[in-house]
Design a protein around this ligand. Structure first.
Ligand SMILES: NC(=O)C1=CN([C@@H]2O[C@H](COP(=O)(O)OP(=O)(O)OC[C@H]3O[C@@H](n4cnc5c(N)ncnc54)[C@H](OP(=O)(O)O)[C@@H]3O)[C@@H](O)[C@H]2O)C=CC1
Ligand SMILES: O=C(O)C1=N[C@H](C(=O)O)C[C@H](O)C1
Length: 266
């Protein structure tokens, strides 16, 4: 039986790639698009038009009829809308696969609790690329030995949130093994506010936004006379698609919501 999927954010950069990936997957069926614009229209391939053979667009779950109701919601939208949409999906028993960044810790805990209460699976994945997950894991492994760390994340200039979800998740994984301590000179002073980056337990995160980049991150781990650099680059959004498909399959069999793709990779 194929998994019925709805996508929120289908017109976006990630959404456009995800529409194609889901339509190409033989065990999935794209049944609906959630969009605050274009209600009542159809998405044909990646074009919105009047072709009634396309995928129907709805402004909310409440206007979908029961035969269309999806098993899984893939959310690839923006920080301002994601919590409300995902909360509504879980309340209706629809399993969320969330790529959208910008959810707070509090938001994640609340969605996780709701999913557990409903007994349904879900995933919030700051990064769906396998290489990025390995970069995070390797960084946390290395942080046991080299605890002076600066994370530099580099993204395209259309990104609205900073730091990236990936950088925050990397920092969280590192903070589980790194003793909090101030880095740099004990008396250092910023001559321009923000010059040393954002501070988490004394570790620094720097966000670069420039045209030309897609999604990249370097974790610099400094030791006396040495430096370990762990770097990951997504050069194309195809890097995220296998992780999205894996997540959609995984949430069908789960009864809880997990935060991070590493929780479902064998
Ligand atoms: N987890 C991962 O591996 C990855 C996560 N991301 C994250 O995915 C998200 C999307 O990124 P990207 O595709 O580059 O962003 P885009 O801005 O290209 O796409 C977001 C889309 O969502 C639409 N949208 C906004 N609000 C709603 C809503 N309430 N309902 C339905 N659609 C809505 C926007 O429409 P409009 O423009 O008309 O407002 C836009 O088309 C970001 O949070 C990004 O950080 C990105 C890459 C990988
Ligand atoms: O906005 C993006 O592009 C990306 N966002 C995610 C993040 O915030 O980490 C994942 C990836 O870095 C691409």
């Amino acid at each position: 039986m194929s998994i019925k999927v709805a996508i929120a954010g289908a017109r976006g950069r990630m959404g456009t790639a995800a529409v194609k990936a889901i339509q190409d997957a033989t065990d999935m069926q794209l049944v609906a698009i959630l969009d605050y614009k274009n209600d009542g229209k159809y998405l044909s391939g990646t074009e919105i038009n009047g072709d009634s053979n396309g995928i129907p667009i709805f402004t909310s779950f409440s206007t979908m009829n029961q035969s269309i109701m999806p098993d899984v919601l893939l959310d690839l939208t923006e920080p301002d809308s994601v919590f409300k949409t995902v909360h509504e999906a879980i309340s209706l028993g629809i399993r969320p696969v969330v790529g959208t960044s910008g959810l707070s810790d509090e938001n994640i805990k609340s969605l996780s609790k709701l999913a557990t209460n409903k007994g349904i699976g879900g995933i919030i994945a700051p990064n769906f690329s396998i290489g990025a997950v390995l970069m995070m894991k390797f960084s946390a492994m290395a942080a046991r030995y080299l605890g002076d760390i600066e994370i530099i994340e580099l993204h395209h200039n259309h990104k609205v949130d900073a730091p990236s979800g990936t950088a925050l998740k990397t920092a969280e994984m590192i903070m589980k093994v790194r003793e909090p301590h101030k880095q740099g000179h004990p008396d250092e002073k910023e001559l321009i506010q923000g010059a040393r980056g954002a501070d988490l337990d004394g570790m620094k995160i720097h966000s670069v936004r420039l045209p030309g980049f897609l999604a990249h991150q370097e974790v610099l781990l400094g030791g006396e006379g040495e430096m370990l650099t762990i770097r990951h680059d997504s050069f194309d959004r195809s890097s995220f698609m296998p992780g999205i498909l894996m997540s959609i399959r995984s949430v069908i069999d789960r009864e809880d919501l997990v935060y991070g793709l590493e929780n479902i990779i064998e």
